[in-house]
Design a protein around this ligand. Structure first.
Ligand code: HEM
Length: 323
């Protein structure tokens, strides 16, 4: 999602660390008399992550500002066509415009980019990782998905975003991945006033957690093959993942639900279908922590729940003419 080398490697490392520390239990948050003490060294660690993240963002924004200056000098000299702008350019345009409707500071931009990096990269990448790992461990499902892709797309061109609505089995695989491996396992809400739910009284100002990981494995909601990766359960089902069906809420629900959902739901089926269409995946025994011929399904705890081990496989090109 981020490419590799330089900024990408640093970004990947700090994003992982943010997700990890976010999900850890901090005694000082809950035990009143410890609130001023950094018993587990959280403050030291979070200050360190903050400093490195800030340096990364400064470096990305600084080099873009430099590039914009050089481009504008070239444009003034009439040397170059105007470049297509990306998200950061648009934000910098607003920051530099004294008459802009919204006042954006450098800190606002850093916060926005940080939000997008943290919330929008590892989530999609780790979901794809889970999907592919499940398919590698269930070759018959991989074959079924591949037959669908070969039927709909053929072997002369690469699958593209517009094919996704015609790939119901690939979509079912993604839903099933979200059911068993919701990348954000819990969502949090705070009650603004006292309310009553299912016979419980919830006082005002109460922090509530919805455990989507456990709802996805609850036989009351998923009576058939509850703990099995079985995408077929979604083939003729109208359960969707956009926040209306409360047994499956990978993107949360309501006004604070994930704003990146439309983007993720475009990226996921297209990227997964391309990986299925173009490659066979050979497991390297023992490397990924799984048993011979299988990859491990261990989880790493944190704000997000990715697989514990990096997926190390050999991709064998199936359709070399279109890659
Ligand atoms: C597989 C992909 C993704 C999953 C499963 C996911 C899931 C979630 C969940 C569960 C929440 C909390 C929602 C709630 O409390 O109701 C959330 C929030 C958020 N997500 Fe995502 N997300 C994904 C991708 C993205 C992408 C691609 C972006 C941006 C490009 C993004 C940006 C955000 C932001 C900014 C928030 C905070 C929203 C707020 O607090 O109001 N997410 N996401």
């Amino acid at each position: 999602m981020l490419g590799s080398g330089g900024h990408a490697d640093v970004a990947r490392r700090v994003i992982r660390e943010v997700s990890q520390i976010f999900g850890e239990f901090n005694v000082s948050d809950f035990v009143w008399c410890l609130r001023k003490f950094d018993v587990q060294g959280f403050k030291r660690r979070s200050d360190n992550i903050h400093r490195r993240y800030d340096e990364l963002l400064e470096s990305i924004i600084g080099s873009r500002e430099q590039a914009r200056k050089e481009e504008s000098t070239r444009n003034e000299a009439g040397d170059e066509d105007e470049k297509v702008k990306d998200f950061l350019d648009v934000l910098l345009d607003v920051m530099e415009d004294d008459g802009a409707e919204i006042e954006l500071t450098r800190d606002h931009i850093k916060a926005l980019v940080l939000d997008f990096f943290t919330a929008g990269t590892d989530t999609t990448a780790a979901t794809l990782d889970w999907s592919l790992a499940e398919l590698i461990n269930h070759p018959q499902l991989l074959t079924k998905a591949r037959q669908e892709i070969d039927r709909v797309v053929g072997s002369d061109r690469l699958v593209q975003e517009s094919d996704a609505p015609n790939l119901p089995y690939v979509q079912a695989i993604i839903k099933e991945t979200f059911r068993l491996h919701p990348i954000i396992p819990m969502i949090a809400r705070k009650s603004t006033r006292e309310c009553h739910v299912n016979g419980y009284t919830i006082p005002a100002e109460t922090l509530l957690f919805v455990n989507m990981w456990s709802i996805g494995r609850d036989p009351n909601h998923w009576p058939d093959r509850t703990l099995e990766f079985w995408p077929d359960r979604f083939v003729r089902s109208d359960v969707d993942i956009t926040g209306q069906h409360f047994q499956l809420l990978p993107f949360g629900s309501g006004r604070r639900s994930c704003p990146g959902m439309p983007l993720a739901l475009r990226q996921l089926p297209t990227a997964l279908a391309a990986m299925i269409q173009c490659f066979d995946w050979k497991v390297i025994s023992g490397v990924d922590g799984g048993d011979a011929g299988l990859v491990s399904m261990d989880e790493r705890p944190g704000l997000t729940v990715p697989r514990a081990h990096d997926l190390v496989c050999i991709p064998v090109a199936r359709l070399p003419n279109i890659i």
